[in-house]
Design a binder for this molecule. Structure first.
Ligand SMILES: [Zn+2]
Ligand SMILES: [Zn+2]
Length: 219
């Protein structure tokens, strides 16, 4: 119970920091070009996807970080039972996708002279994409485990459109992660854009041996 209330506090604090970030963005007078807007948004979405993949890879492996114990057990139990994530509440999914030091760190960074309006825009897109990670992950499972009649519903058709256009993680790409015997591929959870890079890094023989020679933690 105490752990949940700490997570709730972290979630509230994260969103308070996001409000400060929006304020920091609004009060800057410089105007952005279309190029700056597009590169800030796309760059932030790519980095957020890469970070989601690195976090997933970390939680999947035999690690012993007390702070992330819950995330580690959830990710690994989810391998055994992929539909488990659909049973989580929205609040729980947001809690699992929150890492307050990022939010607070960006607020502090923007108090320095090294920041700029495009950078604050990137930070906001990055943070909101990260906050939605587990919701997007759950949506991929929702589609993978939906019946034909469920898939015909309007909201599922819209979801399918976003997934197939590559804006959100494609269910079939995430299915590859769950069907690989060592869960050693396709870790990214937001849009999958960073999967080719992370898959290449993970499959460098030395890195692969280091990461996958030990079995997963058993909960
Ligand atoms: Zn996994
Ligand atoms: Zn999954």
């Amino acid at each position: 119970m105490e752990c949940v209330s700490k997570s709730n506090n972290a979630l509230v604090l994260s969103h308070c920091c996001n409000i400060v970030l929006i304020y920091q963005y609004m009060r800057r007078k410089e105007s952005l070009t279309l190029f700056q807007k597009v590169t800030s948004v796309l760059g932030a979405l790519y980095v957020a996807d890469l970070v989601s993949g690195l976090a997933h890879l970390t939680f999947d492996r035999d690690t012993d970080y007390p702070f992330f114990k819950k995330n580690i057990s959830d990710f690994q139990n989810h391998h055994l039972n992929p539909t488990l994530i659909k049973e989580r509440s929205v609040l729980e999914l947001f809690r699992q996708s929150t890492f307050t030091p990022f939010n607070a760190g960006f607020v502090l960074y923007n108090l320095t002279k090294y920041t700029s309006k495009p950078r604050i825009l990137s930070q906001l897109i990055f943070l909101y994409a990260c906050h939605l990670t587990q919701m997007i992950h759950m949506s991929a499972h929702k589609m993978n485990h939906a019946t034909r009649s469920e898939k015909r519903k309007l909201h599922m058709r819209l979801l399918n459109m976003l997934q197939q256009s590559g804006i959100l993680l494609k269910p079939e790409d995430h299915k590859i992660h769950h069907s690989s015997p060592k869960f050693d591929v396709n870790f990214c959870l937001i849009n999958g854009w960073a999967n080719p890079l992370l898959n290449k890094i993970v499959h460098i023989p030395r890195v692969y041996k280091w990461l996958f020679s030990s079995p997963l933690v058993k909960f």
